[in-house]
Each structure stands twice: as structure tokens, then as C-alpha cells.
Design a protein around this ligand. Structure first.
Ligand SMILES: [Fe+2]
Ligand SMILES: [Fe+2]
Length: 171
């Protein structure tokens, strides 16, 4: 059975993952509003990633005899200065989430909860992916800053992203 402190912290993380999904849903709506369907599609895939993260922790809590307690999800920002600014905000957000995951690992170590520490390693690796995939978009958008038509090309590329469910990833 999971300890109280760890249980509470993981419940917080369930909320943080749902907030991430909510933030990216807000970004998707923003991209729709500025006529960038590819970027909107990229965010749709990202939302599914975040929901999958939330459910992974939800299932783990139940498996360990913990009690899932859902909290309110904060209101995300609704607009950004530019498409690049939105992706930069997404990158910043992922860095913040990496910090949250690291704090959870520290707590698991403190609590000598080896099972949770092992469980969290998946998230440690996932955050490397998450940061790098958003940063890749940020860097591309930086490169085309002055080139007309570049935004259109990148948007078309972002339109190709599809969410791969964990089962298909061999998890
Ligand atoms: Fe996440
Ligand atoms: Fe994420």
C-alpha cells in the first residue's frame, strides 16, 4: 500500500497532467483561430499524450491501494503573442513538468518507496522526449522567422503528427 505523502503528491501530478492537456487544448483552439490547422493537430496529439500520462498515474495509484482524488483544473491562458510564443510557452511548461517529476522521484527516494521510484522512471524518460519534441518545433519556427511561407510549411509538417497509443509503442 502506498504512503499518504506519496499518494497526495501523485494526486497532484494527476492534476498537473490534466492541466497540461487543458493548456494544450487551449493552444489548439488558439491555432485554430489563427488558421494553423497543422499546429492545432500537433496539439491534439499532445493532449492525448497528457491524458495518457494522467491515466497512467491514476491506474498506478489504484494498483497501490491509493485513493484517487480529483481536484479542479486551473484555467489556462487563452491567447499568445504569436504561434512561436505559444510553442515557447509549451516548451517552458514541459520544463516545469520535468521539475515536478524530479520532485516526485526525490520524494519516492526520501520515503524509501522503491516501487514508485521505479514507476516514475518511465516519466523521467518521457520528459526527455517531451522537452525535445516541443523544442524541435521552437527551433524550426526560429529559423523561419524572417522567411515568408516558412510558417505555412512548418504547419503542414506539424499536421502529420499522430498520437500513438502506448499499446502500439510496446509498453
Ligand atoms: Fe505529461
Ligand atoms: Fe508533457
Amino acid at each position: 500500500m502506498i504512503g499518504k505523502k506519496m499518494e497526495e503528491a501523485l494526486n497532484e501530478q494527476v492534476n498537473a497532467e490534466f492541466y497540461s492537456a487543458y493548456l494544450y487544448l487551449s493552444m489548439e483552439a488558439y491555432f485554430e483561430s489563427v488558421n494553423l490547422p497543422g499546429s492545432a493537430n500537433w496539439m491534439r496529439a499532445q493532449i492525448q499524450e497528457e491524458l495518457m500520462h494522467a491515466m497512467k498515474i491514476y491506474d498506478y495509484l489504484n494498483e497501490r491501494g491509493g485513493r484517487v482524488l480529483l481536484k479542479s483544473i486551473a484555467k489556462p491562458p487563452t491567447k499568445w503573442q504569436s504561434p512561436s510564443a505559444a510553442f515557447e510557452a509549451a516548451y517552458k511548461h514541459e520544463q516545469k513538468v520535468t521539475g515536478l517529476i524530479n520532485d516526485l522521484v526525490n520524494l519516492a527516494i526520501e520515503e524509501k518507496d522503491h516501487a514508485t521510484n521505479t514507476f516514475l522512471q518511465w516519466f523521467v524518460n518521457e520528459q526527455v522526449e517531451e522537452e525535445s519534441s516541443v523544442n524541435e518545433v521552437v527551433q524550426k519556427l526560429k529559423m523561419i522567422d524572417s522567411a515568408p511561407g516558412g510558417q505555412f510549411l512548418i504547419d503542414r509538417e506539424l499536421g502529420q503528427r499522430i498520437f500513438t497509443p502506448p499499446a502500439a509503442q510496446g509498453e
